[in-house]
Design a protein around this ligand. Structure first.
Ligand SMILES: CC(C)(COP(=O)(O)OP(=O)(O)OC[C@H]1O[C@@H](n2cnc3c(N)ncnc32)[C@H](O)[C@@H]1OP(=O)(O)O)[C@@H](O)C(=O)NCCC(=O)NCCS
Length: 176
């Protein structure tokens, strides 16, 4: 399936992830500026330490992530949103923002847009999000976008060797 390479959302854009050195550098810059903020719930951050590792990692994720976009503000990478797991029925979205780009409603709008793409372009019936039990900001985004709590996944994810309870949220095409 072909997805738009560039979506203009006014004060931010969504741009298809292309694994090149320039994007790897921009991504590493935003990760370096936000390492402590992002590390709290995202373990992959630890693997993005050099430009070479960053490039290799985005090459890998580029080949498996479907419909994944960098979120850009003024041409700089501000975050990412995309489907990390998908089949004919269900897709799972993950997302993050650099701290200075939070609190402007960017992720709420980006998630609404990706949800719309998932239901109306890809044809999914269900979209889900898996969040750390303490990740209240992410939970607020999910709820603002109409996702509902399915339940708690006990000791579901190892965050730096510590098993964490996660909350699963979902939205169905037939909701609302
Ligand atoms: C999760 C994360 C993306 C949430 O960011 P966020 O800024 O809270 O979410 P949004 O971009 O949707 O912004 C919402 C905030 O902007 C405010 N806002 C301003 N204008 C808004 C608008 N037009 N629409 C919605 N919200 C708006 C909201 O009130 C809210 O602020 P509040 O939490 O103080 O009430 C961010 O905290 C993050 O990346 N954290 C680290 C990585 C992470 O945890 N990723 C998720 C893993 S599951």
């Amino acid at each position: 399936m072909k997805f738009e390479k560039y979506i203009d959302c006014g004060d931010f854009t969504l741009e298809k992830i292309t694994p090149d050195k320039q994007n790897a550098q921009k991504l590493l810059d935003v990760i370096n500026d936000n390492r402590a903020f992002l590390s709290k719930y995202l373990e992959w951050v630890d693997r993005y330490t050099t430009i070479e590792k960053t490039l290799t990692n985005i090459e890998k994720s580029y080949s498996v992530d479907i419909c994944s976009y960098f979120i850009k503000v003024d041409g700089k990478i501000a975050g990412k949103i995309g489907f990390v797991d998908i089949d004919e029925n269900m897709g799972e979205i993950s997302y993050w923002l650099g701290q200075k780009y939070t609190k402007h409603g960017i992720m709420t709008r980006a998630l609404n847009l990706m949800t719309d793409i998932g239901f109306n372009k890809i044809g999914l019936n269900r979209i889900q999000l898996t969040l750390d039990i303490d990740n209240t900001s992410s939970e607020a985004v999910a709820k603002r976008c109409g996702f509902r709590l399915d339940g708690i996944l006990r000791k579901y994810f190892l965050l730096r060797s510590i098993p964490r309870d996660m909350k699963m949220f979902s939205k169905l095409k037939t909701d609302n």
